[in-house]
Ligand binder design. Structure first.
Ligand SMILES: C[S@@+](CC[C@H](N)C(=O)[O-])C[C@H]1O[C@@H](n2cnc3c(N)ncnc32)[C@H](O)[C@@H]1O
Ligand code: SF4
Ligand code: SF4
Length: 373
């Protein structure tokens, strides 16, 4: 009986992830039921998307070991070091109306973008929530006030080590060191009411240096989520011999954080994903159980040059252009539709096999970078 109750609770939690998004539910069921015979187009009702991601720049002031910027395929596409043309974005911006949330993301540091405040203001004119991801190196006092006034509603910041010298080691530059970025975060927290999430990539290399996180961050009162990201393996990392943390290492880290949160009485702080939460996640579970990636159906991501990319980790693959064609035509444009058709038929690019462990139906497909090592 207890087991049945537990299962029901799990499904309730799962269904809550679709709340208020009827088109997302319909497409999800269609893809699950029909598999390769599902339609390769996706819905256009904006309120059924969780968010739309926009990439203002691919310029960056750090050189993180695990970033996709280091990948040869990304570098060969000549997409790095580019700013979004603000005038083109301005023309496109009214099309954001109807989305719940805009998320500034992608392969760059967005506080280097000269018109970042204008981009945020424009997004907020049409969209109620705005998430900004930043490495916090440029989060000065002045910037804090400008971001708050422009309408940021949630700040994500990435920290990959909580030990002296660790950030420089893993992220390439001393400007990312804790003694530089922590005062920025403290000021942001003390002078705004914007919730903060810390993203930490977990690899075998840095897992030990993440242990002090909770103690180091305990006074950042706006901190609400500690988000651990299991490393997406890149070819560069394979060459450097950098590996994913083992399940044991990962679990021990989360258990330690949980204990410190309890001891320090940080009631508002959550760990995501939680250590004992074997969650059913719409995207991850569909990948693992059915070998279908739902991301290109449900997560619109517009690169600095207006091109839709299949997902946040395939920034080097430009499909149809939203700035030229508009949201609806580009989202279901010929290249995007073909991409989805291929994944429904399990013809995944090698990148998907390497990064997301998706199987390919083609027997001639190369082994993944994990299998090779
Ligand atoms: C690409 S960055 C862009 C925003 C900003 N420059 C920053 O570092 O926060 C977005 C997020 O991706 C994470 N990330 C970078 N490389 C990764 C990898 N190989 N696997 C998983 N997450 C990664 C970063 O830690 C960061 O939280
Ligand atoms: S993870 Fe962010 S800060 Fe690091 S190199 Fe990539 S874009 Fe730059
Ligand atoms: S890399 Fe491929 S499998 Fe992974 S999220 Fe992107 S499209 Fe999906």
């Amino acid at each position: 009986m207890e087991k049945i109750k537990e299962k029901n609770e799990k499904m309730k939690k799962f269904m809550a992830k679709f709340e208020g998004m009827p088109e997302r539910v319909a497409k999800y069921i269609e893809v699950l039921l029909l598999g390769k015979d599902a339609s390769p187009t996706s819905w256009i009702d904006k309120s059924s998307f969780r968010e739309i991601a926009i990439n203002p720049t691919t310029k960056c002031n750090l050189a993180c070991l695990w970033c996709h910027r280091r990948e040869t395929e990304v570098q060969n596409q000549n997409i790095l070091g580019k700013d979004m043309d603000f005038e083109r974005f301005k023309k496109f911006a009214p099309e954001l109306k109807g989305f719940k949330k805009a998320h500034l993301g992608g392969l760059g540091e967005f506080l280097t973008y000269p018109k970042i405040i204008e981009v945020i203001e424009l997004c907020r004119k049409y969209v109620p929530e705005l998430v900004l991801t930043t490495n916090s190196t440029l989060l000065t006092k002045d910037m804090t006030h400008k971001l708050a006034k422009a309408g940021v509603t949630y700040l994500e910041t990435s920290i990959d080590s909580f030990e002296k010298g660790g950030q420089e080691k893993y992220r390439g530059f001393g400007i990312a060191e804790l003694d530089k970025i922590l005062p920025n975060l403290q000021y942001f927290s003390d002078n705004t009411s914007i919730p903060i999430q810390v993203n930490s990539v977990v690899s075998a290399l840095n897992v030990d240096s993440l242990y002090p996180a909770i103690d180091v961050l305990k006074d950042i009162k706006n901190l609400v989520v500690m988000h651990t990201i299991k490393l997406f393996m890149t070819q560069f990392m394979v060459k450097q011999g950098i590996k994913r943390a083992t399940s044991e290492q990962y679990k021990n880290l989360l258990l330690h954080w949980k204990e410190r949160i309890k001891v320090l009485g940080l009631k508002n702080l959550k760990i995501y994903p939680d250590v004992d939460e074997v969650e059913l996640d719409p995207v991850i579970t569909m990948k693992q159980k059915h070998n279908i990636c739902f991301s290109p159906f449900e997560a619109p991501f517009i690169r600095y040059d207006g091109y839709f990319v299949p997902c946040g980790i395939m920034s080097h693959v430009g499909l149809d252009n939203a700035f030229d064609l508009g949201f609806e035509k580009a989202w279901n444009g010929p290249k995007f539709t073909q991409f989805r058709k291929n994944i429904l038929a399990a013809k995944y690019p090698q990148w998907c096999k390497d990064e997301c462990d998706l199987r390919s139906s083609c027997e001639l497909a190369k082994p993944t970078i994990h299998e090779k090592n």
